[in-house]
Design a binder for this molecule. Structure first.
Ligand SMILES: O=C(O)CNC(=O)[C@H](CS)NC(=O)CCC(=O)C(=O)O
Length: 287
């Protein structure tokens, strides 16, 4: 199941439509992870909020546990171990204080151990058209550290959903050695339609990296509608696998040499410059 830096491997993104029941969501996620492994995937990513999509604060806290007591985490670690795969759990809400959660991503190694954890840095506190409104920071504490981890095929940088809109995070991950980037998501339908593909492809192109994006999709039990379209983007920017809006898996063969090829053709990661910021007061005077 493991490989070396230059060997190709099969990667899969799991697409879910998580409801309000942790046990049912976990069962659905575990069975799709197992299916991906049975189709040959050595690396599998699940979406943001793999274990639950619950909009009501009281119920969310009722259904949330500390990391050591989280049943979804235990079940997903077990399937990674059983199938001997690298499993990136896009995110689970993890209780970190009496009234606060972390939106936490886990990289699980083929022996079931936790190789890395990442807490989502950018909180989705946004008012959209049609009265759709989010205040993620009300329930979640933002993370403060970017995270990379070593896979057998090179480094992976972990990010989550709304992080996608902050390109300097991805550049920093690439400069820290990432060749693969994970973007588990629960993008809204309206922002996804307008921005999902272009942002993911841009992050792949800018960093010359493979981007794995596993999404929630469809109309959820909690009333939310998410965009779906889980996809894998190659370092030159092309989408090499993509889902619709139904739960399932997308699979692609990943040739890590394409990272080096893209970065050799356009070595922009070697061309960063520092520069003076615009003098805003001077601009104002001139106009
Ligand atoms: O609401 C829940 O149930 C769980 N949380 C999420 O789904 C998260 C935080 S609210 N969603 C996003 O980050 C969407 C970002 C997005 O859609 C964009 O950047 O356009």
């Amino acid at each position: 199941m493991t490989g070396s830096r230059n060997s190709s491997f099969i990667a899969a993104c799991v697409q879910l439509r998580a409801g309000r029941d942790v046990a049912a969501n976990t069962e659905a996620a575990v069975s799709l992870v197992a299916r991906a492994a049975d189709e040959g995937a050595a690396f599998v990513l699940t979406p943001e909020n793999t274990s639950i999509m619950e909009a009501e604060r009281g119920l969310l806290f009722e259904k949330t546990r500390a990391e050591g007591d989280d049943a979804a985490l235990a079940a997903l670690r077990a399937v990674a171990r059983e199938k001997k795969i690298w499993l990136s759990i896009g995110s689970l809400p993890i209780k970190v204080a009496e009234a606060k959660l972390a939106n936490r991503s886990f990289l699980v190694a083929p022996d079931g151990s936790i190789a890395a954890r990442y807490d989502k840095i950018h909180m989705f506190d946004v008012d959209l058209a049609g009265g759709e409104s989010y205040r993620e920071s009300r329930n979640f504490d933002a993370g403060t550290e970017a995270v990379i981890a070593d896979l057998p095929w090179g480094r992976v940088g972990l990010t989550i959903c709304y992080d996608l809109r902050f390109p300097y995070l991805y550049r920093a991950l690439a400069h820290a050695g990432a060749r693969f980037l994970t973007v588990p998501a629960a993008f809204t339908r309206q922002t996804g339609e307008a921005h999902w593909h272009v942002l993911l492809r841009a992050r792949a192109i800018e960093t010359g990296s493979f981007v794995f994006a596993a999404a929630q999709g469809g109309r959820h039990e909690n009333g939310r509608e998410t965009f779906g379209h889980s996809l894998i983007a190659a370092p030159w920017g092309e989408v090499i696998a993509e889902a619709g809006t139904e739960p399932g898996i997308v699979v692609a063969e990943i040739d890590p040499a394409r990272v080096d090829e893209a970065r050799t053709r356009v070595p922009s990661l070697l061309h960063d410059k520092s520069f003076d910021l615009p003098k805003t007061s001077a601009v104002k005077e001139a106009s």
